[in-house]
Ligand binder design. Sequence first.
Ligand SMILES: Cc1cc2nc3c(=O)[nH]c(=O)nc-3n(C[C@H](O)[C@H](O)[C@H](O)COP(=O)(O)OP(=O)(O)OC[C@H]3O[C@@H](n4cnc5c(N)ncnc54)[C@H](O)[C@@H]3O)c2cc1C
Length: 284
Amino acid sequence: MEFLRPTTWGDALAVKAERPAAVPVAGGTDVMVEINLDRRRPEALLDLTRIPDLAGWAPEDGWLRIGAGVTYTRVIEELGDRLPGLAQASRTVGSPQIRNRGTVAGNLGTASPAGDALPPLLAAGAEVVLASARGERRLPLAEFCLGPKRSALRPDELIAAVRTPAATGPQVFAKVGTRGAMVIAVVSFALDLDVDRGRAGTAIGSAGPTPLRAPAAERFLEGVLADGRRLSDSAVRRFGELVAEAASPIDDVRGTAEYRRHALAVLARRALSQAWADARGRRR
Ligand SMILES: Cc1cc2nc3c(=O)[nH]c(=O)nc-3n(C[C@H](O)[C@H](O)[C@H](O)COP(=O)(O)OP(=O)(O)OC[C@H]3O[C@@H](n4cnc5c(N)ncnc54)[C@H](O)[C@@H]3O)c2cc1C
């Protein structure tokens, strides 16, 4: 197996154009597991860890551009105030060792519906920046994820970055697993609330072929926000029901479809109550 180690972004894109079968490696926390378990035997690995362009994040036209090499640990330490939902999700990923190596772009590259970084990004309306020797294109995250572990990434493309609006209100991420840590989500939920603009973003993880939004729940919540009403218990309950209805779960080793829907309604209710209290605290 060849190990290709470009040191510039231009070289990495040229290698990917020439060798589309080369498998990119960022933190390796998914790729190396696949190789160790003999699920994959690529002819070449394309190591992206030496490319300075991927290592940073920066504000860009009111958004935040997070380079493909940025790890979960850095999201937690450097972006917790700007992207609390993504930081909260990052804290639940694996162990410190996995968070030190693993990247948000690697989570996108794997495109698992259980990937913890995906719901907060989807709820916020993030987009993926894809690059090849032919140029750059941007895709909304909802269009990037095509199915379980299937994405819109073309063979000659690499993920350059993910772009997401900075939080303009409370963001909450919640996850249910079979234990408290080092666990793949049985189900997860992200909420992004912009009280001033009356916008609500939601995303469901691990209960469908891709992370899913819950549009009816979002419209319902936006109606509550527009009314300026106090958040009633019945509104919280209805929101939970609408989120659960938007899911498309299956029975598998981690949980049944029925349990997933139930847990989602609970997570959504908790997330809304927490976000609402947070919004009220900000207004004071
Ligand atoms: C013990 C353990 C615990 C884990 N716990 C969790 C968890 O709680 N939650 C969770 O979501 N995940 C978890 N994971 C999975 C993994 O850590 C994450 O999916 C992580 O985000 C992968 O990032 P990485 O940088 O290591 O990706 P890599 O393994 O390097 O790559 C993952 C995929 O993305 C592709 N890729 C990487 N970078 C690029 C790029 N720039 N352009 C194009 N393709 C690219 C690779 O080719 C590969 O297909 C766990 C893994 C382990 C081993």
